[in-house]
Design a protein around this ligand. Structure first.
Ligand code: OXD
Ligand code: MN
Length: 651
């Protein structure tokens, strides 16, 4: 066991001391957050073969890591919400009894940091000192986690100073679960190799996070999903605010009017792309505040004000290109950590659909050689001379589908610096939100954009969100549509039905409900029967954002339908729609269909929404502690909207 350092905050002292005794690390380092310390940790990892230093002229301050094959994405099946009563975790979470879970995990933690350094990371979720910001301490044995946390959150002395004054924090413990025996050589990516030895555990009532066995992304960077969504959503419910899986952007019209928009799309469904989009519409400017998480609080005027609690982007690499998101590529030019992408012979990186030619040969995410295909310069295969068809048939990709870049937000060329620092009109309030968008990957039925008729209708829309499962999670259902309410399915810190009720309460308790944001549902992913995309997406999505702004300003009428207010096709601006490539141009032939209700499709949709509600209700029906027949179930107001839409569709 190492000597526990001294901390002024007694709770920090007790937390670190407790885990020092349990995990028995070789030494303890308190992270100060300086650039020198960050670089020294990266260089130490290079020496140990855990990082590859990229060409420093091309990518200053950048490194590449390759994870173990078992550790490539979030593990939802091993993610637990441990509330005292099972009903409080609700029907969508894996529940475990907190006492039993702590006992089970303590056995795992015992001696788990032997031969390793325990790092103590003080971190802030949000700008330090902002009234919406929350604080945390992550104790970890992973230097990879330290340097990623340095990018994704505000870390170090400034946070510790805040905690020294007695500030509260969320205690987090993380171990890769791979103790080292005396003299044992470390591996490139230590972790517990069996999925069942990984635990991502939240104790919402204690406000604690315990993570074991995984070193990847949201499993290990505990400020992100575990704190800023699961623990924060519970805090938010108790305190009357909202913690959401949403990007935040600032839009400025040609008339210089500003709008702030949040959007909740499931993982790997284009939040980062929308958050940094280059509008196709002339005169419109878009700036980024955040790409993944928003905390929204009601202001004294009844508006919802948002901050981005994060400090960087943990973006999905494949598909990020000069076309899809040039600002994301610019964001990872320097001081970025890449994980599971291809290493090129000139010390740079590459991934599928990066929009540039693959190197003739490289090293794939597993550390094996890979080669450019003979018939496609933008594909790589595991052997020389392969065709893209052969590679596809093998199911081979050179960069893992969930490979990532961890890039500092300050690198983003279109960052709204004031908004990112939590400021609006010079005050630390966060930015006032004008519109909330929900969305997902839906190849059929769901229109391009649909405006909610009321706040309750908007909550219904969010509760019914669905999307195709992506590689952001280890799952055997990739590609299938699953219901993902408010894009929060993997991130609720409590019962989903209570969460719906909390959304409804935001209106009921608002000092001025007319000031709440308008709610929309968008879908960029409609396809024809032949599998062709019907909407170009990316910069053309500015056409939809403009329609939303026009609606907010009362400039255009909408078509009031059974499912919501749809645009008239004529009101979707087609200015600057002259790309030579038909894939990157709005096809007017499809536009009318994209804003028309597919009645038969919607009847099926409504049936599956009803089925998902019934599924959620089963938990309360089976729980003997729930005596009130309406309690802990989908709120009646949402059932009411479901009935209303069903009736109107039948007319
Ligand atoms: C993410 C995710 O990493 O949602 O943001 O999986
Ligand atoms: Mn996310």
């Amino acid at each position: 066991m190492a000597k526990t350092p001294k901390f002024k905050n007694t709770k920090v002292q007790a937390w670190v001391d407790q885990w020092n005794k349990i995990c028995t690390p070789e030494k303890i380092v308190v992270v100060t957050g300086t650039k020198e310390e960050h670089t020294a940790i990266c260089e130490m990892m290079v020496k140990k073969g855990q990082f590859i230093k990229l060409d420093q002229k091309k990518r200053p301050g950048c490194y590449l890591a390759r994870s173990h094959e078992s550790d490539v994405a979030r593990v939802e099946g091993r993610t637990f919400i441990c509330s005292k009563n099972e009903i409080d975790a609700g029907p969508t979470n894996h529940w475990r009894d907190p006492v039993a879970m702590k006992k089970e995990m303590l056995r795992k933690y015992k001696g788990c940091m032997a031969g390793r350094t325990m790092y103590v990371i003080p971190f802030a979720m949000g700008p330090i000192g902002n009234p919406i910001t929350q604080y945390g301490i992550e104790v970890t044995d992973s230097p990879y986690v330290v340097v990623n946390m340095n990018i994704m959150t505000r870390t170090g002395d400034a946070v510790m100073k805040h905690l020294d004054k007695g500030g509260d924090f969320v205690p987090c413990i993380h171990s890769v679960g791979a103790p080292l025996k005396k003299g044992q050589k470390d591996v490139a990516w230590p972790c517990a190799k069996k999925i069942d030895d990984k635990y991502i555990t939240q104790f919402p009532e204690d406000g604690e996070i315990w993570s074991f066995g995984s070193g990847y992304g949201g499993n290990a960077l505990l400020g992100k999903k575990c704190f800023a969504l699961r623990i924060a959503s519970k805090l938010a419910k108790d305190q009357g605010w909202m913690a959401e899986h949403m990007l935040i952007l600032t839009l400025t019209s040609p008339e210089k009017k500003q709008y702030h928009v949040t959007a909740a799309f499931p993982s790997a469904c284009g939040k980062t792309n929308l958050a940094m989009m280059l509008p196709k519409l002339p005169g419109w400017k878009l700036e980024t505040i955040g790409d993944d998480i928003a905390w929204l609080k009601p202001g004294a005027d009844g508006r919802l004000y948002a901050i981005n609690p994060e400090n960087g982007f943990f973006g999905v690499a494949p598909g990020t290109s000069q076309f899809s998101n040039p600002n994301a590529l610019l964001s990872c030019r320097k001081n970025t950590i890449f994980t599971n992408v291809v290493l090129t012979p000139d010390g740079d990186i590459w991934w599928e659909d990066m929009g540039i030619d693959a190197p003739e040969e490289g090293v794939d995410w597993k550390g094996n050689p890979c080669y450019r295909c003979v018939d496609d310069k933008r594909r790589m295969g595991p052997k020389p001379g392969m065709t893209k068809k052969e590679v596809k048939e093998l199911g081979y990709v050179a960069a893992h589908k969930n490979s990532r870049f961890t890039a500092p937000a300050v690198n983003c060329p279109v960052l709204d610096k004031a908004g990112f620092n939590g400021k609006f009109n010079g005050k630390p309030t966060g930015v006032p939100i004008d519109a909330i968008l929900f969305g997902g990957r839906r190849p059929s039925t769901i229109p391009l954009v649909n405006e909610a008729k009321s706040w309750t209708h908007g909550v219904f829309m969010g509760s019914a969100a669905g999307s195709e499962v992506t590689a952001a999670v280890i799952s055997d259902q990739i590609g299938q549509v699953r219901r993902d309410p408010m894009a929060m399915l993997p991130f609720f810190g409590y019962n989903v039905c209570d969460y719906f009720q909390h959304w409804l309460e935001m209106e009921r308790t608002s000092v001025d409900p007319t000031k709440l944001p308008k709610i929309y549902f968008v879908n960029w992913f409609r396809k024809t029967a032949a599998g062709e995309f019907m909407w170009p997406g990316f910069g053309d999505n500015s056409r939809v954002l403009k329609w939303i702004c026009d609606r907010i300003d009362g400039k255009v009428e909408a078509n009031a339908t059974a499912i919501g207010n749809l645009p008239y096709a004529k009101d979707i601006s087609l200015e600057n729609n002259d790309s030579e490539d038909p894939n990157f141009r709005v096809n007017e032939k499809f536009l009318q269909e994209l804003v028309t209700v597919d009645v038969e499709g919607w009847k099926k949709e409504i049936a599956t929404i009803g089925a998902s509600y019934d599924e959620y209700d089963k938990k309360a029906s089976k729980d003997t502690t729930v005596v009130n027949p309406a309690a802990r179930r989908v709120p009646a107001a949402l059932r009411g909207i479901l009935a209303q839409v069903t009736a109107e569709l039948g007319k």
